[in-house]
Design a protein around this ligand. Sequence first.
Ligand SMILES: C[S@@+](CC[C@H](N)C(=O)[O-])C[C@H]1O[C@@H](n2cnc3c(N)ncnc32)[C@H](O)[C@@H]1O
Length: 274
Amino acid sequence: MRINAEDFQYVADVVRTEAAIVLEAGKEYLVETRLGPVAHQLGLGSIGLLVTELRQRRNPALLTRVIDAMTTNETSFFRDVQPFEHLKRKVFPELIERRRNEKRISIWCAAASSGQEPYSMAMLLRENFPELENWRVEFLATDISTQVLAKAREGLYSQLEVNRGLPAPLLVKYFHKQGHEWRIDARLRSAIEWREFNLAAPTYPSMGPFDLIMLRNVMIYFDVPMKRSILSNMRRALRPDGYLFLGTAETTINVDESFASDTLHTACYRLKSA
Ligand SMILES: C[S@@+](CC[C@H](N)C(=O)[O-])C[C@H]1O[C@@H](n2cnc3c(N)ncnc32)[C@H](O)[C@@H]1O
């Protein structure tokens, strides 16, 4: 299904206003690939008809469907490996040492997609830091997309998904077969609180403070003013000695100078004031 220039501009404006995602000219193919199936499922013969429905704003569920469809949810277990090594070797040992008296750690996965990232962290904690079983570990995972959050809550993954990054011993230990899919352990599912949250919100009321924030592979979709606004909200949501992880292709440099790199090997940042 094709989209005309005017409808493309309308969709791009809506997606930017609602989710901060920037769709530049030339991304018409992306909108066509993502919204074609939505139009089809709704029994609408073209993307033009879908956009007409959207313009009338009679159906908030349609807006949610469109935003959901326009998010890119690419993820995998232990994605990029190195950040998880850094968590294991430096971040969690340091946090455990510093929080030994309060026995409490607070984590936020701020673009959790279908759950592979928070579940990777939950497995890493269980495997390497058994003493945390007796601590209060608060683990929040959020995303703007209701569809990926529903999948994350279910914790149900295809063979292809578990083949991507999940070591076989962890598959055997923490998953069980359900039909052709794999379901993650109920204890891991219930250890995480899943919530819908739009990072483009002007302020983040009653969030945190967190010891660790994962904000990986999402800022690439935003423009610089939005990245600045999000990092400034993150600064407030982070404990002064906390850690912020970005995606491998993302940085705070030239965006928010209050952060400094924690290591040369992966995109982990700390507040300079720490
Ligand atoms: C490419 S995935 C990254 C998932 C995971 N962090 C990783 O690195 O594997 C990006 C996620 O950001 C979410 N996202 C996009 N715009 C968002 C927004 N404005 N607020 C919250 N989440 C958003 C998408 O729904 C998607 O699940």
